[in-house]
Design a protein around this ligand. Structure first.
Ligand code: ATP
Ligand code: MG
Length: 569
């Protein structure tokens, strides 16, 4: 790993750089690759991007931006069985949403299939590659272990002519899948397992989403990646730590192409792993296919599209990634850190409004029947420039059922018989009685209001301990709210190798609440993408399913002192 450790001690201009940026700064300073910087982000279009990919995107595009280089988007489409244009489209959308752009540098590994094939032919001719007729099980059994050498394949010393003939026929579709592979002839005794005659090509008959039925052999990652970097002019090929042992093979194949004026180099950083989350695309696909979530963009998914639908902002994701940083050590990051970043950003930008999740009616008996007055509400106390909006107040309002107690304990500051509370932005009210149904449930609460305490009047300065959110009953609009919790109830599902990850799904990860009462201003502004703070409850955004006739909000995240916790008190 020595060559990937920064060579210089930090100077004034390089202080504060992460280790990858430091390496890039050193290379640029040394004039490597003619002073060029070109990175790439190489997703395989076999699933939607998740927050782990966001970390790689921020690195690949971020370092290019920082040092005036460019970043390519390269679809690593070497396995047609699992890939699809649906994924290509979603990947493009998600990168743009995060705030990055690849200009006209959109490439596909499949664009290089002809060059890769030519290189394979050349390596065969040079005696550096051979066709193996063994099954994958036989090949695996000959691999050896890290401490014992492998065994040479019986096909290892085939003639060049025979290898050329077989490889061409493999690609012509003459052989079934699994019957032959092309292997690099390197060293079955190498201490690096990846050097033990790695597979370069396998046969796949499934049509490719871009090249159709043109190819019947497809390159393996290790044979495709470095060369694709080289063909594209990539200088720094940044990836995650599991590729460290692949690096010598990356260099081995690049050596076949590169000259002293230019060669790409691989640098590895630690993956993002999050608590209460699975990040494997295979598992995420399984959740989607088996209907365990509503789709790739289900707001509980760790996908970028899920987070977008849930109401996370690109800035909150990028801030979170900045916070955790890049290292050379695997770690498990707390999802609470991500949630913190989301709250921080939404607190700055979300429009404040009132919504009552579990309404109980309050009748203000000394307020004139049929009268409505408008009170003024701040749109965002964090940003006075956002102004105010008007909210109707009338004789009948809703408050949260949990904000009233008939027999309160000491230090209960919300509404109780003979007690006073402030209705946020309006008046102080005093409870004078309740009406119950036959089962003893409270149906209505009766109060009087003090007209001198209207918000803005001197009387409003009067001290009361509790302030409640509320909505005018007659003006409120009904809405459905989807409350999300963590999708898994185990801190590190990936570590529980004995258990099926689906057993660890949190059965309460989605709760749907109907009959939520929202103030008219919220209903009128419930366009896609709007970010709200429902006062005292949390941050919400309209779901894609929301329509003017049936408003549906996703709870993005609760406030720190959340409504649910208060309910449990
Ligand atoms: P697969 O198992 O399908 O290869 P993958 O998550 O590695 O899954 P890719 O599409 O190959 O998916 O990933 C594209 C890029 O994103 C790679 O450079 C990879 O290293 C990076 N990446 C993937 N997962 C993470 C993660 N959790 N943290 C940081 N980077 C990641
Ligand atoms: Mg990968």
């Amino acid at each position: 790993m020595a060559e990937n450790t920064p060579s210089t001690t930090p100077t004034e201009e390089t202080k504060g750089l992460n280790f990858v940026e430091q390496i890039v700064a050193d290379d640029l300073k040394a004039g490597k690759n003619g002073g060029r910087l070109n990175t790439r982000f190489p997703p395989e279009p076999n699933g939607y991007l998740h927050i782990g990919h966001a970390k790689a995107i921020c690195m690949d595009f971020g370092v290019a931006e920082k040092f005036g280089g460019t970043c390519n988007l390269r679809f690593d489409d070497t396995n047609p069985v699992k890939e699809d244009v649906e994924y290509v489209d979603s990947i493009r959308e998600d990168i743009h949403w995060l705030g990055f752009d690849w200009g006209n540098r959109e490439y596909y590994a499949s664009d290089y299939f002809p060059q890769l094939y030519d290189l394979a032919i050349r390596l065969i001719k040079e005696g550096k590659a051979y066709v193996d007729d063994q099954t994958s099980e036989e090949i695996a059994a000959q691999k050896g272990t890290p401490t014992t050498p492998g065994t040479n394949s019986p096909y290892r010393d085939r003639s060049v002519e025979e290898n050329l003939d077989l490889f061409q026929r493999m690609n012509a579709g003459e052989f079934p899948e699994g019957s032959h592979v092309l292997r690099a002839k390197i060293d079955m005794a190498s201490s690096n397992m990846h050097f033990r005659d790695p597979i370069m090509y396998r046969i796949i008959h499934h049509p490719h989403h871009r090249t159709g039925n043109r190819w019947h052999v497809y390159p393996m990652y290790d044979f495709a990646h470095g060369q694709s970097d080289y063909f594209e002019g990539v200088t720094h090929s940044i990836c995650t730590l599991e590729f460290v042992p692949h690096r010598p093979l990356y260099d081995y194949f690049v050596d076949e192409l590169a000259d002293e004026t230019y060669r790409p180099r691989q640098i590895e950083f630690n993956r993002l792993n999050l608590t209460y989350t699975v990040m494997s695309k295979r598992k995420l696909l399984q959740l989607v296919k088996e209907g365990l979530v509503a789709g790739w963009d289900d707001p509980r998914m760790p996908t970028i599209s899920g987070m977008r639908r849930r109401g996370f902002t690109p800035r909150s994701i990028r801030n979170f990634i900045d916070t955790i940083g890049y290292t050379k050590y695997e770690a498990l990051n707390s999802v609470a850190l991500l949630e913190y970043a989301v709250r921080e950003d939404l607190n700055k930008i979300a429009t404040r409004g009132m919504a009552v999740m579990d309404p109980v009616k309050v009748v203000i008996t000394n307020y004139p029947e049929g009268q409505t007055e408008m009170v003024e509400m701040e749109n965002n106390p964090e940003n006075p420039e956002e102004g105010t909006h008007k909210m109707p107040f009338s004789r009948e309002i809703y408050i949260e059922r949990a904000d009233f107690m008939e027999n309160p304990p000491k230090k209960y500051f919300r509404l109780a018989p003979d007690g006073e509370v402030r209705l946020k932005g309006a008046y102080i009210i005093k409870c004078t009685g309740v009406k119950k149904d036959a089962d003893g449930n409270i149906e209505e609460i009766y109060c009087t209001f003090d007209p001198e305490t209207r918000s803005g009047l001197p009387g409003s300065m009067r001290k009361v301990k509790g302030t409640l959110h509320w909505v005018s009953a007659q003006h409120a609009v009904d809405a459905t709210v989807r409350l999300y919790d963590r999708l898994f109830n185990v801190e590190n599902p990936a570590a529980e190798t004995e258990r099926d990850f689906r057993e660890m799904l949190n059965p309460d990860s989605l709760k749907v609440v109907d009959g939520v009462k929202v103030e008219p201003f919220i209903a009128e502004n419930a366009g896609q993408g709007t970010k709200f703070q429902f006062q005292r409850i949390g941050y919400f955004t309209p779901d894609y399913d929301s329509t003017p006739d049936h408003l549906i909000f996703n709870r993005t995240i609760s406030l720190k002192d959340s409504w649910e916790k208060e309910q449990k008190k």
